[in-house]
Design a protein around this ligand. Structure first.
Ligand code: ATP
Ligand code: MG
Length: 441
């Protein structure tokens, strides 16, 4: 029977998801649809294990329906009409006695990967067949969680009077200095892909007070690590009248909200709980340590890692620090010279800045700080960094229109997902990752 026949015969559309079937439906005829994960044939009796987005249901076939089922390739998409009945299986509350199987779309007999995960595939092959890879519930869980977290983030910002904005990703000049930008032809001029919404979000606090944006950053960096991509999603925020310490409080409570949510939403009890959240539990009510850059240097020197004052913290230093602070912690008050032109100096020590990074162990998750809102200081900072303030003219004008003091930060969403799910490669947390060697699918 084809899908057309199914509609002609007026087969009802799905009445239940697999995971909804429970003892209260025993004796009732239901319609489920999904894909055939497995077919088991034990002579007179057979089973189709049908999976849909919610989970797995065991269906039992005899006679003619079993005949039909024998020829269905695994992963084919089917509708099953069946009656809910008690089961001897320990893995399911009930099973379906199949009355009819309708194949909507047959899968090829030679699939590029095995989405049940029984035959392991390497990550490259999985990413090449990502749509099929997502039929693996472990993989799917990452993206279900990601979707839920986006919702938590939006709710959080709305609760805190932020307005969601969308700033352009095609820009006419570099936003934070010229490096690391992808450029292309834009109607006889040069266009660039935005490396961050930094300048726009600052401009917007002039009138919108508090803004946030969830959008891609593009970075033309030739990096080959497990935590860098050339396109990634950032949760950016900017707020008038807040200082960087307020911003840290805000981001800390956002992270705690996200942790709470992931703890509840982990599909525990299902066959494949993906991530282990117990280690986070004790974290939830504790404040994240705030360690100054200077203290980091002292501690690193004690660990035998010699860093000159003013140097950036290298990968190996961050790894060492990450062993000591193996959960969430802030590194604050970086030397001003290490920070972009728009970061504010400290009043009591102008060679240092009102800045912070939120780390999870060695992994940087957030960068932020109080912004400079004094236009003359902005100009001299640009000059000091070898940037022509002419090319920032449009931006600097805004600071002459009554710009409030403000602070902000950007949170790497894909990296946060790495922390929550415990995967060590950022590519696992992105549907279609873009890195130096991957631009498709
Ligand atoms: P890193 O030092 O790890 O390269 P960064 O300091 O260059 O990061 P920022 O410009 O501060 O990054 O960007 C804000 C946040 O975006 C970072 O804290 C991080 O979570 C995330 N991020 C930065 N670069 C990347 C990247 N290439 N791939 C994925 N996420 C990234
Ligand atoms: Mg940073």
């Amino acid at each position: 029977m084809t899908s057309d026949d199914a509609y002609k015969e007026n087969i009802k559309k799905r009445t239940h998801y697999a995971s909804q079937l429970s003892k209260k439906y025993i004796g009732i005829e239901v319609v489920v649809s999904g894909w055939v994960e497995d077919i088991r044939d034990i002579g007179k009796l057979g089973f189709i294990m049908l999976r849909d987005v919610s989970g797995l249901v065991q269906t039992v076939l005899v006679g003619e329906t079993l005949q039909t089922a024998r020829s269905i390739p695994r992963q084919s998409n089917v509708i099953i009409v069946g009656t809910v009945q008690d089961t001897k299986s320990k893995n399911f509350p009930v099973e379906l006695k199949v009355n009819k199987v309708i194949v909507l779309s047959e899968a090829s007999l030679s699939l590029p990967i095995d989405p049940t995960g029984r035959v392991e595939s390497n990550l490259d092959n999985r990413l090449d067949s990502r749509a099929l890879d997502l039929r693996n519930p472990k993989v799917q869980n990452i993206f279900v969680l990601r979707s839920g977290i986006l919702r938590v983030i939006r709710d959080f910002f709305y609760e805190h009077q932020f307005i969601e904005v969308n700033t352009p990703k095609i820009i006419g000049s570099a936003s934070e200095g010229g490096s690391n930008l992808f450029s292309f032809d834009y109607f006889k001029r040069k266009g660039y892909l935005a490396q961050s919404p930094q300048l726009y979000k600052e401009q917007l606090v002039l009138s919108l007070d508090r803004v946030f944006e969830i959008a891609p950053y593009f970075r033309a960096e030739n990096s080959h690590t497990l935590r860098h991509l050339n396109e990634f999603q950032s949760v950016d925020m900017e707020a008038a009248y807040l200082d960087y310490t307020d911003m840290m409080d805000l981001i800390e409570s956002l992270i705690k909200k996200i942790l709470d949510f992931s703890k509840q939403s982990n599909r525990i009890g299902q066959e494949n709980p993906l991530f282990e959240l117990r280690t986070f539990e004790e974290l939830i009510n504790k404040p994240f340590p705030r360690v100054t850059y200077e203290d980091c240097l002292t501690q690193l020197n004690e660990m035998g890692e010699k860093i000159e004052f003013g140097e950036d913290l290298s990968d190996s230093s961050l790894k060492k620090l990450g062993e000591k602070y193996d959960k969430f912690f802030f590194i604050i008050d970086w030397p001003l010279d290490l920070k972009p032109f728009y970061i504010h100096e400290k009043y009591d020590n102008p060679s240092m800045s009102k800045s912070f990074d939120l780390q999870f162990g060695y992994l940087e998750l957030v960068s932020g700080g109080t912004r400079q809102h004094d236009v003359s200081k902005l100009k001299s900072r640009l000059e000091l960094q070898g940037l022509s303030y002419e090319s920032f003219r449009d931006h600097l004008r805004v600071f002459e229109w009554g710009m409030p003091p403000h602070s902000g930060c950007g949170l790497g969403l894909d990296r946060l997902l790495m922390v929550l799910t415990g995967v060590n490669n950022i590519r696992e947390t992105v549907l279609y990752p873009r890195d130096t060697s991957r631009i498709s699918p």
